[in-house]
Design a binder for this molecule. Structure first.
Ligand code: ADP
Ligand code: MG
Length: 270
């Protein structure tokens, strides 16, 4: 693949979660984390999983990533069963997990070790391209400890995008940030998604975030974790997090969540 093709990105993948169930067996108890979860994700789709804490969102994302194995069912990416982590399904976590001994550029270059077949000069070009995309081209030489929380998550985003994964998996990536920074990142992620058309599966407990970002929202309920309802958000993009339309969609999501969870769980989810 030429460098130009590389920077344009591969055709997005179709992903299938096929009747997945998962139990965590411990000495004293067994937790039924996921029960018969099925999803089909279309190419280039932005899917958001929303549900209260403990409903199995991270477990599902880890299974899609190949970091955990289901007890029943399977995940298919490009019609191939997922059994291990691979560079085509990368996860971005709540904590950016950057290497403090590498600067911004070094962290993105490190992510590119997953990408075979590029010369070092090409890797540098790819790293610069993605740092530019997330608006950090002026901070390439900056040390990680000098960055704000939002900038760290931008570096983590550039690092996850640079190896060109077919699917980007995001586990509450903005949850630890302050509200202003988060809102900037909603703008950034929408801009990047529109430009790259990456297939994204994004996990959150925040209904407004879900309404702002998703093509389709999967509403989950706990004990055991299930997908209870699928909700389409048909608003044009870019979407303004503070718009009335987002608030209206978020209110519908909250009503749906209330049908499947206790009041305490809904309170946590909004
Ligand atoms: P969420 O991300 O929605 O908050 P999780 O997927 O982290 O939920 O957890 C779902 C359920 O599975 C919870 O009850 C949690 O305690 C349990 N669980 C998750 N990971 C493990 C594990 N490694 N060992 C035992 N229980 C786990
Ligand atoms: Mg979680």
């Amino acid at each position: 693949m030429s460098l130009q093709e590389e920077l344009k990105g591969p055709p997005p993948v179709k992903l299938i979660v096929d009747h997945v169930s998962k139990w965590f067996r411990q000495k004293r108890q067994t937790v039924h984390a996921l029960d018969d979860v099925s999803i089909e994700v279309a190419e280039g789709e932005f899917i958001v999983m929303v549900g209260p804490s403990g409903c199995g969102k991270s477990t599902l994302l880890d299974i899609i990533a190949g970091l955990e194995h289901p007890d029943k069912g399977q995940v298919l990416a490009d019609n191939q069963p997922v059994s291990n982590p691979g560079r085509h399904r990368l996860v971005m976590f709540q904590e950016s997990a950057l290497f403090p001994w590498l600067n911004v550029f070094g962290n993105v270059m490190f992510g590119l070790r997953l990408k075979p077949g590029l010369r070092n000069s090409e890797r540098r070009e790819v790293a610069k391209f993605f740092l530019h995309l997330v608006g950090l081209e002026k901070f390439m030489e900056t040390n990680v400890h000098e960055l704000s929380g939002g900038m760290k998550q931008r570096v983590a985003l550039a690092r996850a995008l640079a190896p060109n994964p077919r699917v980007l998996l995001m586990d509450e990536p903005f949850a630890a940030l302050d509200a202003m920074t988060r809102e900037q990142l909603y703008g950034d992620i929408q801009r990047i998604w529109q430009k790259r058309r990456k297939t994204i599966i994004f996990v959150t407990h925040n209904v407004r975030e879900a309404a702002c970002l998703a093509d389709r929202v999967m509403i989950m309920s706990p004990t055991p974790g299930r997908i209870r309802e699928v909700f389409e958000v048909k608003l044009p993009r870019p979407r303004d997090f503070n718009s009335i339309e987002i608030a209206q969609n978020a209110a519908k999501l909250t009503t749906a969540l209330k049908g499947y969870a206790t009041a305490k769980e809904v309170a946590v989810a909004i």
